[in-house]
Design a protein around this ligand. Structure first.
Ligand SMILES: Nc1nc2c(ncn2[C@@H]2O[C@H](COP(=O)(O)OP(=O)(O)OP(=O)(O)O)[C@@H](O)[C@H]2O)c(=O)[nH]1
Ligand SMILES: [Mg+2]
Ligand SMILES: [Zn+2]
Length: 384
């Protein structure tokens, strides 16, 4: 694997610090070897410490005891291991996480159908949220990623990439739109084609800290990391010329070590940025909207059609931005479902259960016909 030959002298070079040291001591795990999960592929974790890298697994007993996805190790985790022969190891325990980036995936329109949580990475200090200025660019998507970052208590930085593809005027209007909508976030503009903004990106990266690149497929996450590495270590793939979508060149989460001591996690492109219980995130992300919500005369107002709703009147007279409002409402709806108690979830599920049974057959047909619609999409018949 790519980073195999990178040896580290001390565990601090992998991001270990006083926080994890104290957790380890608190849990009485001082006598066990520790390592960091740097990659995952189908239930096998690659873990690394000052003695090298190991292919590690968890025990059947741990799988049996796992209640949710969060009980499994994830890339970025600190774990205690038992070293075996041939650079194999068994993961014994996961140390408490300092931060966690997770998303919900599944069909957000079909409440109760499938709402799985995926852990993207843990113990991340800063997240770079990347979009390319191409046709797939969407400012709402930044807001979704920001909600995920805030929920994980991780500082986000917006990276607008491929700026070589548009004119200075177009770029300025995009940046202005970002500044108007997302005023408290750092924004950098980059191009791996002409190296613009790469020094600025590099300046964010500090020794012993861990960074994560998030964004859709094809936006240039791996290309940016290659620039930081100083050579093309990670495989990249051209985007489809007609749809402007990436081809999912990166398939596994993988950690890279930069010369300046920074630790960087590359991620596969994310298809759908479903938020989990990001209500905390949405609360500070939409500060001015929340303030209006508090002024609303109905305590349980949904701010969608209630007559006399303060938010709707602000929307009408232009005190709040229409796009921000609609993104807020849709994120809130998602977060609300996620924040429901188990009982509420069951009730909602019960309602959809009947519908699901009724459309059971149609459901199967949809699954079977999927590859056709995918191949149609990549065949770009739209533009032919
Ligand atoms: N014009 C231009 N092309 C770029 C830039 N950055 C990346 N690309 C190209 O965009 C394509 C996709 O880049 P990747 O780095 O593979 O994108 P990714 O985000 O890692 O995609 P996945 O691994 O599929 O999630 C490649 O052909 C890159 O050469 C840029 O700044 N400008
Ligand atoms: Mg990639
Ligand atoms: Zn209201």
């Amino acid at each position: 694997m790519v980073n195999m030959d990178i040896t580290i002298d001390k565990i601090e070079d992998l991001g270990w610090d006083a926080f994890f040291e104290s957790k380890r001591t608190e849990l009485g795990l001082d006598s066990f070897s520790i390592a960091r999960v740097i990659a995952e592929h189908r239930g096998v974790y690659r873990v690394k410490n000052e003695n090298g890298e190991y292919a590690a697994k968890i025990t059947g007993k741990q799988i049996f005891r796992a209640v949710s996805r969060e009980d499994y190790p994830a890339v970025g985790d600190w774990v205690t291991i038992i070293e075996l022969d041939n650079k194999q190891a068994i993961i014994q325990a996961i140390l408490p996480r300092r931060s966690i980036i997770k998303r919900r995936f599944g069909d957000k329109n079909k409440i109760g159908e499938k709402n799985d949580v995926q852990i993207i990475a843990t113990n991340i200090d800063m997240v770079f949220i990347v979009q390319s200025v191409g046709r797939d660019y969407n400012i709402n998507r930044f807001e979704r990623y920001l909600a995920i970052a805030e929920d994980g208590d991780i500082k986000p930085v917006i990276v607008v990439n491929k700026i070589d593809l548009i004119s200075a005027e177009e770029l300025n209007s995009k940046l202005m739109e970002i500044r108007n909508r997302l005023s408290n976030v750092d924004v950098i503009q980059t191009s791996t084609a002409n190296n613009e903004g790469l020094d600025e990106l590099r300046n964010y990266i500090k020794k012993g800290k861990t960074y994560c690149f998030l964004g859709s497929s094809g936006v240039g996450k791996s290309s940016l990391i290659n620039r930081l590495l100083g050579e093309d270590i990670i495989k990249t793939e051209n985007v489809s010329s007609c749809s402007d979508r990436g081809k999912h060149a990166t398939t596994n989460r993988e950690t890279y070590f930069l010369d300046n001591g920074g630790i960087v996690v590359d991620n596969p492109g994310i298809r759908e940025v479903g938020i989990t219980d990001a209500s905390a995130g949405t609360n500070s992300l939409f500060g001015e909207i929340i303030a209006l919500a508090k002024k609303c005369k109905y305590a349980d107002c949904a701010h969608i059609h209630e007559p006399g709703c303060e938010m709707l009147s602000a929307l009408k007279d232009g005190r709040i931005n229409k796009d921000r409002y609609s993104n807020y409402i849709s994120l809130k709806k998602e977060a609300k479902y996620y924040g429901m108690s188990d009982l509420e979830k069951k009730e909602t599920k019960g309602r959809t259960e009947i519908d699901r049974r009724r459309i059971g057959r149609a459901w199967k047909l949809v699954e079977i016909s999927m590859p056709i619609s995918i191949s149609r999409r990549s065949g770009c018949s739209r533009l032919a």
